[in-house]
Design a protein around this ligand. Structure first.
Ligand SMILES: C[S@@+](CC[C@H](N)C(=O)[O-])C[C@H]1O[C@@H](n2cnc3c(N)ncnc32)[C@H](O)[C@@H]1O
Length: 360
């Protein structure tokens, strides 16, 4: 048993079972032992790979999308360019390189802000993006609220702690984590009078069903929506998750590119859940923005020109590099890979026409 597991057990022994969201929050965010506080797990040598690490085309196209939204907003002379959870900094580096070549004025207008809790990741992002003088923050709310906001988040919202609820007869209970043998187990907590979920979302759920709610994600989406309504700009959120809210247990642990048991090694595995895109979009709307999507990652990337970008890259590529481009294209677009499980939503002020990738 590792040190964090021992600490969580001691806390449960003293204070009783802890809600699932507190357990996830501790595993990911504990200042000394939390997964994201202490590690840089993205990439081949880490625990999982993300779209920006698969191909430069991903970050370049997201960059061009942000540039297009900046133009559509009247090319403001000063704006806050924000990434939530920038990982190795690859997406932003590819985006800014593409924008430097194609959109005069964008870089001069942008003040770069990175919202990141991981110390090792901050170090890597600082090295990678140092020439753009990034300002780091623990929370989105700390980004100065004084100019239009242009924001991207890839695989950020799935890393936020969710509450879980379990159905017993007609009553929903908070799902808790308690100690068992030399590890942990789920247990039922107090009944929840009104689970923070729409009744339609819980329809047809059987006895023992689990439902989830990520209140932190909704708060952040609401704050982004409010800021866009007030200041202008645009946001693009890419993640894996569902296009229809419903019940279900999506909590999973990943280590070294393999799914493992959720309680296997607290603080040493990534814990994630599927993003509830309709609720995220509703939260941004409640904040005052218009929300578009979700559309699948494959549809979004096709509509904003990924095939043309791959064709340009392939023209100058050696045969082996061309094979890698084909593999990257499959990985990003194929329904059996990331093409349909990953989805995209966009938020922007209500008075603008639909953004690229969301027309129709
Ligand atoms: C799954 S990684 C995705 C990295 C990157 N966006 C990419 O696509 O490669 C999640 C990122 O969010 C950061 N992160 C996780 N939880 C966070 C939180 N609560 N606040 C800020 N950053 C967080 C992680 O350190 C990491 O950089």
């Amino acid at each position: 048993m590792n040190e964090l597991a021992r600490r969580i057990r001691a806390r449960i022994d003293t204070a009783g079972a802890m809600p699932v969201d507190a357990f996830i929050e501790t595993c990911l965010g504990d200042p000394d032992h939390g997964y994201y506080r202490t590690r840089a797990p993205v990439g081949g040598a880490g625990d999982f790979t993300t779209a920006p690490e698969i191909s430069q085309a991903f970050g370049e196209l997201v960059g061009v999308w942000l540039g297009d939204r900046w133009l559509a907003s009247g090319a403001p002379a000063a704006m806050r360019l924000v990434e939530l959870g920038p990982g190795l900094g690859t997406l932003m580096e590819d985006a800014l390189r593409a924008l430097a070549k194609t959109l005069p004025g964008f870089l001069e207008a942008a003040r770069l802000h990175l919202v990141e809790i991981s110390r090792p990741m901050r170090k890597m992002q600082g090295e990678r993006l140092g020439r753009h003088a990034p300002v780091f923050h623990d929370r989105f709310d700390d980004v100065p609220d004084d100019a239009p906001l242009f924001l991207v988040a890839n695989e950020f919202f799935d890393a936020l702690a969710v509450r879980q609820f379990v159905r017993r007869g007609p009553v929903w209970h908070e799902r808790m984590v308690t100690v068992a043998d030399d590890g942990f187990a789920f247990a039922d907590g107090p009944p929840v009078a009104v689970p923070p979920l729409a009744p339609a979302q819980l329809a047809d759920s059987p006895d023992g069903a689990v439902a989830e709610s990520c209140e932190r994600a909704l708060e952040i989406a609401g704050a982004i929506g409010a800021r866009l309504a007030r200041r202008g700009g645009a946001a693009c959120v890419i993640d894996y998750g569902t296009a229809r809210s419903g019940w279900g247990d999506t909590l999973q642990a990943v280590r070294a590119h393999r799914k493992v048991a959720v309680f296997e090694a607290p603080g040493e595995c990534d814990l994630t859940t599927h993003v509830d895109f309709p609720r995220l979009a509703d939260a941004a709307r409640r904040g005052g923005a218009a929300a578009f999507g979700p559309v699948t990652q494959a549809d979004f990337l096709r509509r904003i020109g990924i095939h043309a970008r791959f064709a340009t890259l392939a023209k100058v590529a050696a045969p082996e590099a061309r094979r890698r481009l084909e593999a990257a294209s499959r990985r990003l677009l194929d329904p059996a890979e990331m093409g349909t499980l990953f989805k995209v939503v966009a938020f922007q002020p209500a008075d603008l026409p639909p953004p690229p990738g969301f027309e129709g």
